[in-house]
Design a protein around this ligand. Structure first.
Ligand SMILES: Cc1cc2nc3c(=O)[nH]c(=O)nc-3n(C[C@H](O)[C@H](O)[C@H](O)COP(=O)(O)O)c2cc1C
Length: 254
């Protein structure tokens, strides 16, 4: 497989860097090709701006529309185009980061903001005009694996844990970003108590990482519902007979 590995950690001596290096070694040993976007090392600019779209700074910037026009007219800035080319090349994307304030580091959020533009990752329609999202779209057919280190213990992210159910904490990435853009999200690989990891635990973590990479192309994705598969009505509300009487984020999983 062709794998794009996105990594977002500022320190090359961190746990995240060690896991990344181990993961890349494993991919090579397993016969995969990879490209790496090490966002801090690349000095990735996470801030959307007029220059991204060859746009006059004096004009009002309507980000979604301007980015779609720039994509269509070949005016997107080179750093964005380079990342999009890597995604187009890839069969799977690994997104690796430490959990910071319940989300991804800002540099990585800014990678999604600038690279996943309208017309590339969303805002595409089929020939009948139906908008393709949540399981469909340009990126459908590709897989996504989030590899995340978190400070909290496993119990604190369990369904009744004080940090909240980790599946729900990761909903914005897994459902709102990967799945929205058509990428099939695999169950995330999460390393808990990451600030207190000792050598023996690191050895176990790398084993688990290798095992998950081995099944990158065969593992069952999270069974999110597709938007246009019939589960939602014309207002995009889940039909009452499905997950009857229930609400909350988990109803969007079959
Ligand atoms: C700014 C910041 C915010 C953090 N927010 C969280 C959080 O919301 N939940 C959590 O469990 N850990 C949180 N942590 C702990 C990190 O996830 C942890 O330090 C990291 O995963 C360890 O990996 P590293 O050694 O590669 O940095 C935070 C750490 C920092 C520095």
């Amino acid at each position: 497989m062709n794998v794009l590995w996105i990594s977002a950690h500022p320190d090359q001596r961190s746990l995240n860097a060690a896991l990344r290096d181990e993961g890349l070694r494993a991919l090579t040993e397993q016969g995969h090709e990879y490209q790496l976007s090490d966002l801090y090392a690349m000095h990735w600019n996470p801030v959307v701006g007029h220059e991204d779209y060859g746009h006059d700074p004096a004009d009002r910037l309507l980000v979604a529309g301007e980015s779609a026009a720039a994509l269509a007219e070949g005016r997107l800035s080179d750093d964005i185009l380079a990342e999009q080319a890597k995604i187009t090349w890839a069969d799977a994307v690994v997104v690796q980061f430490p959990l910071w304030w319940y989300g991804m580091p800002a540099i990585l959020k800014g990678w999604f903001d600038r690279v996943f533009v309208k017309g590339f990752a969303y805002g595409v329609a089929d020939s009948s005009g139906k908008v393709l999202r949540y399981g469909e779209g340009n990126l459908a057919g590709k897989r996504a694996l989030a590899v995340i280190t978190v400070g909290g213990r496993e119990s604190t992210f369990s369904p009744r844990g004080v940090n909240g159910d980790l599946e729900q904490v990761l909903f914005p990435l897994q459902h709102g970003t990967f799945w929205y853009a058509g990428l099939a999200p695999l169950p995330p690989l999460v390393f808990h108590s990451a600030d207190r990891m000792r050598e023996a635990e690191f050895a176990t973590a790398t084993k688990e990482l290798r095992r998950r990479l081995e099944t990158l192309d065969t593992a069952e994705p999270v069974p999110f519902r597709s938007q246009n598969g019939g589960d939602y009505d014309e207002d995009l509300v889940l039909r009452p007979e499905l997950a009857a009487g229930r609400t909350g984020l988990e109803i969007h999983t079959r």
